[in-house]
Write a protein that binds this ligand. Structure first.
Ligand code: 5GP
Ligand code: ZN
Length: 133
């Protein structure tokens, strides 16, 4: 087996399964940000987002949508975050493609994104580097 999520998919490690089909598994994160925090993982092992083929990504994102709808409907939360920590520098601890679906509550104190301002010309410079023609 490749990794801990592969072991969960194979049933070698137990998990609280929220949804499963032939392409993906959704299960409760063992250390939730809020109760109901769900991980959606591809059944195939891909180390990160850009390694995964487009068909897999489409299948997985459809499950993310299903989970979000279930969180809103069944936990009555007003919203949720969909997050991918892509690569260790971004906080990815488990190197197997996964999406976090994190139910959000009013005033739950989570502030995921500190912002900064662009310096002069910095936006144009970075844009010229990353722009896809
Ligand atoms: P990452 O930091 O890689 O984006 O997120 C990995 C997530 O997997 C973490 O939120 C962590 O709590 C969760 N996790 C790690 N090991 C296990 C496990 O054995 N079972 C479950 N259910 N979640 C796990
Ligand atoms: Zn894996």
């Amino acid at each position: 087996m490749f990794c801990i999520f592969c072991k969960i998919i194979a049933g070698e490690i137990p998990s609280y399964k929220v949804y499963e089909d032939e392409s993906a598994l959704a299960f409760l994160d063992i250390n939730p940000v809020n109760p109901g925090h769900t991980l959606v993982v591809s059944k195939k092992h891909f180390v990160n987002f850009e390694e995964a083929d487009e068909e897999t990504l489409c299948q997985v994102i459809k499950i993310v949508k299903k989970i979000g709808l279930s969180l809103k409907k069944n936990l009555a939360v007003p919203g949720y975050n969909v997050a991918v920590n892509n690569d260790p520098v971004a906080g990815q601890a488990v190197l197997h493609l996964h999406f976090h679906v994190i139910p959000r509550l009013d005033n739950d104190g989570l502030k995921p994104w500190p912002h900064q301002e662009y310096q002069e010309n910095q936006a144009e410079e970075v844009l010229n580097k990353i722009k896809i023609n």
